[in-house]
Design a protein around this ligand. Structure first.
Ligand SMILES: [Zn+2]
Length: 470
């Protein structure tokens, strides 16, 4: 979210405090004093209930926490596994391993460590799903008006929890996981900001805040968090602030019932949230089944998933910051990842489809350029067949609006043979109709590889990061 200036917001909030009967008095909040925090909660609850046209009469408990204690509290709530991989089944890849294999980040980093450091420095408040309790991080330098806005954001989570407790029960892909975060955080951010305005209408919102896009998110994380892997920061900025505008646009276009519908029928793709008014035809997408590969000796299937617009943007931008792909052209993707049994080599296969050939040409061109690969044009197609310092053997073909990709350092003595076999399997996998709905449970067939979905964080707790204000 962007503001014309911080000064303007302070002015607006000053008026809110004078004008509203229920808004808390700015001087009434004392950091570290839970009673003063709790007093402010009830008034904001009533405002949010009216604003969102939803019941919100359940008691909400709030407490302060000092920043040095933040991670201790988060660990005690989330359990010791909060930053650890899910080891409940499968070959236990970490998020880091999957992201490195997909060439979404450098092999030197750790998503888990980085997320922990990012949370430790940036979380300002958090609501605990299912409990009706939120925490605010003490920060003497943060003005009260900002704390109030953050409280409204956390309370919005409690209101979501109360009214839509069954939402997002079956998250089926990285892309869907992220799409649901655009709903949850986008709406909380929108309500927190709307509440802070004197004119709490769509017009008032548009007057106070600047529109925010994925490319704004990219420039903000590049400038503001250059040390964190883009694959972890870009999604966060996208679901807060691109998500906020998505919720605003949908509410303005079709009322709050359109937002209610997002909880009852969750978005399947980030495309649904990044281009909310694109229409049903533009929202459709191709999906490739996860089965289709035979078992290959010495390769363990680690996962298969849809990445969607935001993760594909990360894939492109982190090696080629000057990339400018047209995200609204995304039409579907699927990636498959294997690990060698006797080493940390990986093989990655992928299919990506775009609305137009021109967008596919642009994507492959930027992807290749960021990896210092050259593309040959062969008339009806573009082709890459090359060994890269980063990715080992790379094979790719762009035909019409679709890209087929195979890369990774192949184990064993005959990489070309293996690449040929996998390439023909990859090329033969046909997309299914996107309306075929959710991922089906794979039938057990010993001759065909079974892939788990990529590891992602469960939405058990909603954390709120520092805002990027201008
Ligand atoms: Zn939140």
């Amino acid at each position: 979210m962007r503001l014309p200036s911080a000064f303007a917001l302070i002015g607006v909030l000053g008026l809110v405090a004078c004008e509203s009967g229920t808004a808390p008095e700015p001087e009434g909040l004392i950091q570290g004093d839970n009673a003063s925090l709790q007093r402010a909660v009830r008034g904001i609850q009533q405002d949010l209930s009216r604003l969102r046209e939803l019941p919100f009469d359940a008691p909400v408990i709030s407490s302060w926490v000092k920043r040095p204690r933040l991670m201790v509290v988060l660990d005690s709530i989330e359990g010791s596994s909060s930053y650890s991989p899910d080891t409940s089944s499968g070959p236990h890849p970490t998020e880091t391993e999957i992201y490195v294999a997909l060439d979404l980040m450098a092999p030197m980093g750790s998503v888990e460590n980085n997320r922990r450091a990012f949370d430790s420095a940036n979380v300002e408040g958090f609501y605990i799903s299912g409990t009706g309790k939120f925490w605010m991080v003490e920060d003497p330098s943060r003005p009260d008006w900002r704390t109030y806005s953050l409280m409204a954001h956390e309370l919005a989570h409690a209101m979501q929890d109360l009214n839509f407790p069954e939402a997002f029960g079956e998250i089926a892909s990285m892309d869907e996981d992220l799409a649901s975060m655009h709903v949850v955080e986008g709406e909380a951010e929108y309500l927190g900001d709307l509440w802070s305005l004197q004119d709490r209408t769509p017009r008032g919102f548009e007057g106070a805040f600047e529109r925010y896009s994925l490319s704004d998110a990219f420039s903000d994380v590049s400038l503001g968090h250059p040390g964190s892997p883009l694959v972890t920061t870009l999604p966060v900025f996208s679901y807060y602030w691109v998500g906020e505008w998505s919720i605003h646009d949908q509410r303005k276009h079709a009322g709050w019932s359109a937002i209610d519908a997002l909880y009852r029928d969750p978005p399947r793709t980030t495309k649904r949230m990044l281009h909310p008014l694109a229409g049903t035809a533009a929202q459709s997408f191709s999906e490739w089944p996860e089965t289709g590969f035979k078992n290959h000796p010495n390769l363990i299937p680690l996962g298969s998933d849809r990445l969607g617009e935001v993760y594909l943007a990360s894939m492109l931008y982190w090696r080629m910051p000057s990339s400018r792909w047209n995200t609204s052209s995304w039409k579907g993707d699927r990636f498959w990842v294997w690990r060698a049994t006797d080493s940390l080599h990986h093989v990655v296969a992928g299919r990506i489809r775009f609305e137009t050939s021109a967008d596919a040409v642009q994507f492959l061109s930027d992807w290749a350029q960021g990896r210092e690969l050259s593309i040959r044009n062969l008339g009806d197609r573009d082709s890459i067949e090359q060994t890269s310092a980063n990715l080992g053997f790379v094979r790719s073909v762009r035909r019409d609006a679709e890209i087929t990709l195979l890369f990774g350092t192949l184990p064993g003595g005959r990489p070309d043979t293996l690449a040929d076999a996998m390439w023909s399997e990859l090329s033969a996998i046909q997309p299914v109709n996107s309306s075929a709905a959710r991922r089906s449970v794979a039938t057990i067939n010993a001759s065909v590889t079974a892939f788990p979905k990529f590891p992602t964080k469960p939405i058990r707790i909603w954390k709120d990061y520092s805002r990027s204000r201008r």
